[in-house]
Ligand binder design. Structure first.
Ligand SMILES: [Zn+2]
Length: 204
C-alpha cells in the first residue's frame, strides 16, 4: 500500500493533469519523442526529471543498480533492449550515462564478502568489476578509492555501450553522442567527463 503522502501526491497530479490537459493528451495521442536516453542508477535520490527539470515525454529512462550496461557478449538483454528501442524506434541521438556520489551499488562492489557471491546483486555488479580493479591498482589513497570507482564505472559503462555494433557505428559517424556524467548528492551538481583533459568538470 502506498504511503498517504504518495496518494496525496497522485491527487495533486490529477489536478495538474486537468490544468494542463491539452499538453498531456498530446503526449497520449501523438506518442513520445524524447531526445535523450538516460541510463542511471535506481537510487531513489537521483531522479533524472527532477535534476534536469524535464517534463513528461522529454527523457527516455533506464535505471538499474550502479547504472550498468552489460556488454554485447553478455546474456543480459534488459538494459540493451531499452537502448535498442531508444536508438531504432525513438531515434534518440543522445545517451547519458549518469553515476552518482553515495552509490550503494559501488559501495557494495568495494565491500562485498565471500558470503554474497550467490546473490543477484553480486553477480550484476561484476559488470563494474573492471572499474574497481583499475582504481585499486592506481589509487593508493583509500579515501579516494570509492568516488574514483564511481567515476571509473561510468567510463567503463560507456565502453560497454560501444561494444554494440550499431552504437559504435552511430557514435563514430557523429550521429550519436554519449555523455558521461556524475551527480553529486552533496551539491546537487552534475559533472561531466572531459576526455581531452581526462578530468571531470562542471556540466554548467
Ligand atoms: Zn547508485
Amino acid at each position: 500500500m502506498p504511503t498517504k503522502k504518495l496518494l496525496t501526491g497522485h491527487k495533486n497530479h490529477q489536478n495538474i493533469f486537468q490544468d494542463n490537459k491539452e499538453q498531456f493528451l498530446n503526449l497520449a495521442k501523438k506518442g513520445q519523442k524524447p531526445k535523450v536516453l538516460w541510463i542511471g542508477c535506481s537510487d531513489s535520490r537521483v531522479i533524472p526529471n527532477h535534476i534536469m527539470g524535464a517534463e513528461a515525454g522529454e527523457i527516455f529512462v533506464h535505471r538499474n543498480i550502479a547504472n550498468i550496461i552489460p556488454p554485447s557478449d553478455s546474456n543480459e538483454k534488459c538494459t540493451w533492449s531499452v537502448i535498442e528501442y531508444a536508438i531504432n524506434v525513438l531515434n534518440v541521438r543522445h545517451i547519458v550515462i549518469c553515476g552518482h556520489s553515495e552509490c550503494g551499488g559501488i559501495k557494495g562492489l568495494l565491500n562485498y564478502s565471500e558470503d554474497s557471491t550467490n546473490s543477484a546483486i553480486f553477480n550484476w555488479l561484476q559488470y563494474a568489476a573492471v572499474a574497481k580493479e583499475k582504481v585499486l591498482s592506481n589509487v593508493t589513497n583509500q579515501s579516494e578509492q570509492y568516488i574514483e570507482t564511481v567515476k571509473e564505472n561510468v567510463l567503463l559503462q560507456k565502453e560497454h555501450l560501444l561494444s554494440y555494433d550499431i552504437i559504435r557505428s552511430k557514435y563514430d559517424s557523429g550521429d550519436l553522442s554519449i555523455h558521461t556524467w556524475l551527480y553529486d548528492l552533496h551539491t546537487g551538481q552534475i559533472k561531466r567527463y572531459q576526455a581531452g583533459k581526462a578530468e571531470w568538470v562542471n556540466l554548467i
